[in-house]
Design a binder for this molecule. Structure first.
Ligand code: ZN
Length: 306
């Protein structure tokens, strides 16, 4: 079992207010490191895991590349569905990027690349649109994930080294990354220095306002305690972006399958979000959230005004 050094926060990590409201306590269903609370800030509305692992111990949580953040792609059909979802996800950001003239191609960073699905999606998109994307992927690990090995058009750089590189990007993707960071405004501020003027961050995070968060309580798999340190809604995501000195262009509602894992947590069974149960229940999941005018994820576009 992983041993983690913990810290308890007495104030909101984003705005510093001490008016905190405890919302729930739930276990680490994935690696069984104990129980964690989620507190909500009475001022800025941010919700965060408390107590939580100290920043220096966070890489321990991802050492095995085996958690829900690294989905098992055991069937060809699931892998295809995932690629299809990534292609759809990339359509809007790439329309936005491709509409701007870029004589020398575009520099794109996939920050927190996980198993590399998004970076591979960028390679497919570059081929499809006939565009020159220079793609860099970065993560905690020293070596590229196996699914990126041998893909020459993707440069993998370990995060520690990538921070010291003097490379500017037209776009940085943070797909299910910001909620893992202990200080999202600091991350966004750091990444701003690595954007060209007018460059964009494309952020996707789980939405804690989903109907399913209320239905499942602590078993809502998007809480993913203690790997998710923040639990955003549209207001607190916008707030984190603005505190990071970027302008929030838009926050859109979007969906990702999560009923499989949540049911699995509730029933103490191994059920995948992208397995039969997860895929079969996905239309119901989306319909219920859409009726309530909410969603399972939020997609924000943030721009570095020159
Ligand atoms: Zn706050």
């Amino acid at each position: 079992m992983t041993t983690l050094q913990m810290e308890t926060l007495n104030a909101c990590p984003l705005c510093g207010t001490a008016a905190l409201h405890h919302t729930l306590t739930a276990p680490d269903y994935e690696s069984h490191t104990g129980d964690y609370g989620i507190d909500e800030c009475g001022d800025c509305g941010a919700a965060f895991t408390n107590p939580r692992p100290v920043e220096a111990d966070l890489p321990k949580l991802y050492a095995q590349r085996s958690t829900v953040d690294f989905p098992a792609l055991d069937s060809g059909l699931v892998a295809h569905l995932r690629d299809f979802a990534i292609d759809r996800y990339l359509a809007d950001p790439l329309r936005c990027l491709n509409s701007a003239p870029a004589e020398h191609g575009l520099d794109i960073l996939d920050y927190g690349c996980g198993d590399g699905a998004l970076a591979r999606g960028l390679v497919r998109a570059a081929r499809k649109h006939g565009r020159g994307y220079r793609i860099t992927a970065t993560d905690f690990h020293d070596a590229a994930p196996p699914r990126l090995a041998g893909i020459e058009s993707i440069r993998y750089v370990p995060q520690a080294r990538s921070q010291n590189e003097d490379v500017r990007y037209h776009a940085i993707f943070l797909r299910h990354v910001v909620e893992h960071h202990p200080q999202p405004d600091r991350l966004i501020r750091e990444l701003k220095t690595r954007l060209h003027p007018g460059g964009r961050l494309f952020i996707e995070v789980p939405n804690r306002r989903s109907v399913w968060a209320r239905a499942f309580g602590g078993a809502y798999c998007a809480y993913n305690l203690p790997r998710h340190l923040f639990h955003f809604d549209a207001r607190s995501l916008t707030g984190a972006i603005e505190r990071g000195n970027l302008r929030c262009e838009r926050v859109a509602l979007a969906h990702t399958p999560l009923l499989g894992h949540s049911l699995g947590y509730l029933l103490s069974r191994k059920i995948q979000n992208t397995g039969l149960v997860g895929v079969a229940t996905y239309p119901v999941q989306v319909a219920v959230d859409a009726l309530a005018r909410t969603s399972s994820t939020l997609r924000a576009t943030a721009i570095a005004d020159g």
